[in-house]
Write a new protein. Structure first.
Length: 574
C-alpha cells in the first residue's frame, strides 16, 4: 500500500503515536473483505475509555480510504456527547455521510472533515442519479414530513449501497449516546440505538458500532439479539506494549532504560493509556530509569485531582453514582476488587459483607454497577467479579478505602505498589518490531546527548555527522510510479546542511548473514542519487552480524552500529 492518506484527522494526534494493533487491524480488514462478499455481520466493538478504540477505528477508516477500493467506502461519525434535537441530528448525519461518500468517490480527502450543505451536495451528485434522487427526497422530507427524516437517514447507507452496487461501511463511534443525547422536541431521549433493528441486518452497508461504556453498550446490543457480533478490545500484546513504551519515551523525550521499558509495560498491564499517562505526566522528580521511579509515577497517576488515570476512572464513577452511591455499593466494589480474579455469588456477597439488603435489592445494585463498568458479570447471572484492573482498584480504594476499610492512605499506597510489583509478567524484550522503536529512541538519546557518529558506529565515514533530528520514523521512497522502497528508520536532521540517516534494524535470535546484509546494500544502491540531502546508511543489529555480512556492509559504505555503545547514552533532562 502507498503512504497512508490521513483523510480523517486522527484524535490520537501525531499519527506516529499509533502503535501496534496489528492483529486487530488485520481482523477489521478481513471483515471488510467479507463486506464486499456480503457475508460480514454488523459488529459491536466494546472497550472502556482510552484503550485505543477510537484510534483503531479512525486508522481503519484511513486505511480503507487509502486503499481506494471503489466498492468499499468508509463512513465515520462520532455520536455527540451533548443534547441534540433528532431532526437536526438527522440532517447533519445525512449530510456528513454523503460528504464522506463524495470525499471517497472524488478522491477529495478534505471533504471527510466537512459537512457539506444540500446545495453543495446537489452539485457533486449531478452525475450520480441515485444519490441525486436520494438528496431530493431528503430535502422534501425535511420540508413536508420532518418526522420521517431519521428513518430516511438511517437507511441511506443501505439504499445507496444497494442502488450503486457499492459497500458503505458505517463506523458509528460512541453508539450508546444515540440513546441519551439525541432528544425529541420535548427534550426527551429518543433511544435511537434500537431503531437500528433493521439497519443492522444490512449486508451491503453494515455497521461497526463502538462504545466506551461496556455494560451499557452490551445491554443495547443484546437487546437486538443476533444482529451484532461482539468484539472486546483488549490491552496490547507484550511486544506492542513495549513498542508503545519506547514510542512515548521518544515522543516526550523521557529517560528510560532497557530494563525499565518492559517493566513500565508490565506494571501498566500493557494498557496504552496507562503507559502514555505514566510517561507523559511524569513529574521531574520521578525517575523512570528505576523500578521505584516507575511505581512512584504510576501511583501518582491514581491520585484523584493529580493523575489522568484517576480522572478517567472518576468519569465512570460519576456516571454510576447518580443511581448507585451508597455505602453498600462502595463496600461491594471494594470487596470484589479485593478477591480478583475470583467471582462471588450474591448469597456470598450478602453473607460476607453482612448487607442489610434483600437479594433483589442487591441484584439491582449489582446490575447498575455492571452497566456503569464498575463491576463485571461472572460466569452466571448469579455471579459477579471485579474488573480485574488493579489500577482502577487503586483509584477506588484511594477515594473510599479509608472510609470503608478503616485503613490509612499510606497503607493503601504500599499495598498497591506491592501488588503491582508482584504481578509482573515477562514482556517481550528484544525481539521483533519493538527493536525499531528501541533504535529510534536510542538514536534520539545519543543525538541529544551530543554523541558523534564515531561514538556509536564501528566504521564511521568522513564528512557525516550525528545531528539532532526533526523526525525519526519509517519512510517510503518512490523510485518511479510503480516501484518504491520502504526503510525501517529515516532520521531527518534539523539542519538543512546536516546528515540524514537511513537505518536498517534487525533483532533476531541469530547473526545476520551476508545474503541478508545484501538486501540493505541493494536498498542503498537503489536510493543512490535520489536523496536530496547528504545521507548516511546505518545497520543496527541487536543479534550481531557474521564476519562476511559486516565486511559486505563496510565495503558498501554502510556504517555498523555498535549497539551497546548506542544504548549507553542517557536522555538529558529537559
Amino acid at each position: 500500500m502507498t503512504d497512508l492518506i490521513y483523510a480523517l484527522v486522527e484524535e490520537i494526534g501525531d499519527p506516529d503515536l499509533f502503535v501496534g494493533r496489528k492483529a486487530e487491524l488485520e481482523r477489521l480488514l478481513q471483515w471488510a473483505e467479507g463486506v464486499k462478499k456480503r457475508i460480514s455481520l454488523s459488529t459491536g466493538i466494546l472497550s472502556r475509555r482510552k484503550v485505543g478504540k477510537t484510534a483503531l477505528l479512525q486508522r481503519f477508516f484511513n486505511i480503507l480510504y487509502t486503499k481506494s477500493d471503489p466498492r468499499l467506502i468508509p463512513f465515520y461519525i462520532r455520536i455527540p456527547e451533548e443534547p441534540l434535537a433528532k431532526l437536526s441530528f438527522a440532517s447533519s448525519f445525512y449530510r456528513r455521510l454523503l460528504s464522506q461518500y463524495f470525499a471517497f468517490t472524488t478522491r477529495t480527502p478534505q471533504l471527510v472533515e466537512t459537512t457539506l450543505s444540500f446545495d453543495e451536495l446537489r452539485e457533486l451528485a449531478r452525475d450520480d442519479r441515485y444519490v441525486a434522487e436520494d438528496l431530493r427526497r431528503m430535502e422534501d422530507i425535511l420540508e413536508k414530513s420532518p418526522g420521517e427524516a431519521w428513518l430516511h437517514t438511517r437507511e441511506a447507507g443501505h439504499r445507496i449501497s444497494a442502488l450503486n452496487d457499492v459497500r458503505i461501511i458505517q463506523i458509528l463511534d460512541e453508539f450508546q449516546y444515540l440513546n441519551r443525547w439525541i432528544v425529541s422536541d420535548r427534550g426527551e431521549p429518543e433511544n435511537l440505538c434500537y431503531s437500528y433493528m433493521g439497519a443492522a441486518e444490512s449486508k451491503v452497508s453494515p455497521q461497526l458500532v463502538a462504545g466506551s461504556y461496556i455494560g451499557w453498550l452490551t445491554a443495547i446490543l443484546r437487546h437486538m439479539t443476533g444482529r451484532y457480533d461482539e468484539w472486546h478490545l483488549e490491552a496490547l500484546v507484550d511486544e506492542e506494549a513495549l513498542e508503545a513504551v519506547y514510542n512515548y519515551a521518544h515522543t516526550y523525550q523521557v529517560p528510560i532504560t532497557d530494563e525499565t521499558a518492559p517493566y513500565i509495560a508490565e506494571v501498566c498491564y500493557n494498557d496504552p493509556f496507562y503507559i502514555a499517562a505514566t510517561i507523559r505526566n511524569r513529574p521531574r522528580e520521578k525517575d523512570l530509569r528505576t523500578r521505584e521511579g516507575v511505581l512512584d509515577a504510576l501511583t501518582l497517576e491514581t491520585m484523584p485531582g493529580k493523575g489522568q488515570v484517576a480522572r478517567m476512572w472518576m468519569e465512570y464513577l460519576w456516571a454510576a453514582f447518580p443511581e448507585v452511591n451508597d455505602k453498600n455499593a462502595r463496600k461491594i466494589v471494594l470487596y470484589l476488587a479485593a478477591h480478583e480474579p475470583e467471582e462471588r455469588g450474591r448469597d456470598q456477597i450478602l453473607e460476607d459483607l453482612d448487607l442489610d439488603l434483600t437479594d433483589q435489592e442487591l441484584e439491582e445494585r449489582l446490575h447498575k454497577l455492571v452497566k456503569a463498568d464498575i463491576l463485571a458479570d461472572g460466569s452466571s447471572n448469579f455471579h459477579y467479579r471485579g474488573l480485574g484492573d488493579r489500577i482502577f482498584a487503586m483509584v477506588f480504594r484511594r477515594i473510599y478505602g479509608v472510609e470503608i476499610e478503616r485503613v490509612s492512605a499510606g497503607k493503601i499506597e504500599s499495598d498497591f505498589k506491592r501488588q503491582l510489583d508482584s504481578a509482573r509478567r515477562q514482556a517481550a524484550r528484544h525481539k521483533g518490531q519493538a527493536a525499531e522503536y528501541r533504535a529510534r529512541y536510542r538514536l534520539q538519546v545519543a543525538s541529544l546527548a551530543g554523541a558523534t557518529l564515531a561514538d556509536i558506529v564501528t566504521n564511521p565515514r568522513e564528512g557525516l555527522t550525528l545531528d539532532r533530528f526533526s523526525t525519526i520514523g519509517k519512510a517510503r521512497f518512490y523510485l518511479d510510479q510503480e516501484q518504491s522502497v520502504e526503510v525501517d528508520l529515516h532520521a531527518i536532521s534539523e539542519r538543512e546542511d546536516g546528515t540524514d540517516l537511513i537505518v536498517e534494524v534487525k533483532a533476531w535470535d541469530r547473526e545476520v548473514t551476508r545474503s541478508e546484509a545484501a538486501a540493505f546494500v541493494a536498498t542503498k544502491e537503489a536510493l543512490a542519487g535520489r536523496l536530496e540531502k547528504q545521507t548516511g546508511f546505518l545497520f543496527y543489529s541487536e543479534s550481531g552480524l557474521s564476519r562476511e555480512a559486516a565486511a559486505m556492509l563496510d565495503e558498501a559504505g554502510i556504517m555498523i552500529v555498535d549497539v551497546p555503545k548506542l544504548a549507553g547514552y542517557e536522555m538529558p533532562r529537559p
